[in-house]
Ligand binder design. Structure first.
Ligand code: 13P
Ligand code: 13P
Ligand code: MG
Ligand code: MG
Length: 369
């Protein structure tokens, strides 16, 4: 059967500040999801949070970009916003950029990662959810999973992966996309995706046509606000991604392995700082130190006949303690830079700045060199 796996997420109010989602918002969302499940709109759901982002994970059979599914998510966020307003949560309704639903939730503030695929005999699917960063934060780990043999030995030793993968890469400044193949275009791909604030991996496809349809994604990343408002800075998106694993794809452990390196991402504190991404279990997905450090959580599902079953909280495991400690060391090192780059982002990437005001004020005092 064909199943659609959708994550739709939004920050509709932080508790307190930008650190967490209040349990009442989770309850509210669960109620709406339960109703939709009873009505048969969705097959299954799991509601969770990472930092201050409310995450709706759903399975259904309606395909991607489905109006009914997007409307369900929008209405759920509206209901949660009402509660957020009642509790005076911080930035209540922050990510709902419009007053009314327009048919597709893209470009309206929430983030979306969804894909439709033929459910295999065994279908492990992992939901990755980040807070205090941007979609480009997924470039490095997704590249490692699907293209780096030092991360994924399956690329070398598994005949069903040996043909490599196709990367769909978006230029979010020029609003264009390009499809590129590994392994032969590896250097060119890296030339693009190393510039992670401009080029982002949107989807990955298998090149093994015996196992996967050509247009059937095996990974997808949310890019929403950036997607809509190309070329103009509109803030950080706290991205999510969906990745399938095993049988012709990276094994679960190969999908998780890139996260052992807490790479630097942008979006920490006021959306204007670089910091390490720290893999955590959901219970530790709270952004406290300097509103961070940026976090990533991973829930694993073994999808069965379109249902999610129980999620496995994959980073809730001492195997990631070493990475978490390293992330703390890096966080400490970066923090010591205070307002200096490269902790603080370069001017063009900052979410807000006082510089134009300062320059205006100082205008007459500037002398020619
Ligand atoms: P199993 O033999 O346990 O299925 O594991 C296969 C594998 O590739 C694990 O990395
Ligand atoms: P969010 O994007 O997660 O709301 O965080 C905003 C911020 O500026 C935190 O310092
Ligand atoms: Mg927030
Ligand atoms: Mg957030």
């Amino acid at each position: 059967m064909k199943v659609t796996f959708s994550i739709i997420k939004a920050d509709v109010g932080g508790w307190p500040g930008h650190s967490l989602v209040h349990p009442r918002l989770i309850e509210t969302a669960e109620k709406e999801m339960e109703k939709a499940k009873k009505k048969g709109i969705i097959r299954d759901f799991h509601v969770t949070h990472v930092g201050d982002d409310l995450e709706l994970i759903m399975t259904h059979t309606k395909g991607t970009d489905n109006k009914q599914i997007h409307e369900l998510a929008w209405k759920t966020f509206e209901k949660a916003t009402e509660v957020a307003k009642e509790l005076k949560l911080y930035g209540a309704g922050q990510d709902l950029l419009s007053d009314a639903f327009s048919g597709n939730i893209k470009g309206m503030g929430p983030g979306v990662a969804e894909m439709e695929f033929e459910e295999r005999k065994g279908e492990p699917v992992i939901a990755f959810m980040m807070d205090k960063t941007e979609p480009g934060a997924f470039n490095l780990p997704i590249y490692r999973m699907f293209a780096d043999p030092f991360n994924t030995p399956g690329l070398v030793i598994d005949p069903s992966m040996h043909r490599g993968f196709t990367f769909e890469i978006w230029d979010i400044m020029e609003h264009k996309k390009v499809f590129m193949n590994t392994p032969e275009e590896t250097y060119d791909i890296l030339a693009l995706i190393g510039a992670k604030s401009r080029f982002v991996i949107k989807r990955v496809y298998s090149r093994n046509s015996d196992k996967f349809a050509k247009d059937e994604p095996v990974a997808v990343v949310s890019t929403e606000k950036l997607y809509q408002i190309a070329g103009e800075y509109v803030g950080k998106d706290d991205p999510v991604a969906v990745v399938r694993a095993q049988s012709g794809l990276p094994a679960l452990g190969e999908v998780l392995e890139p996260w052992a390196f807490p790479h630097l991402v942008s979006g920490w504190m006021r959306g204007s700082h670089n910091g390490p991404i720290m893999p955590v279990g959901i219970k530790n997905a709270k952004c406290t130190r300097f509103d961070g450090p940026p976090r990533v959580a991973a829930l694993g599902f073994q999808v069965a006949n379109g249902t999610l079953g129980m999620p496995a909280d994959l980073f809730d495991d001492p195997a990631w303690d070493y990475t978490r400690n390293k992330a703390q060391d890096i966080a400490e090192y970066m923090r010591r830079h205070g307002p200096f780059e490269p902790h603080r982002l370069p001017l063009e990437d900052m979410e807000y700045t006082t510089l134009p005001g300062i320059m205006k004020e100082l205008g007459p005092r500037f002398q020619k060199l």
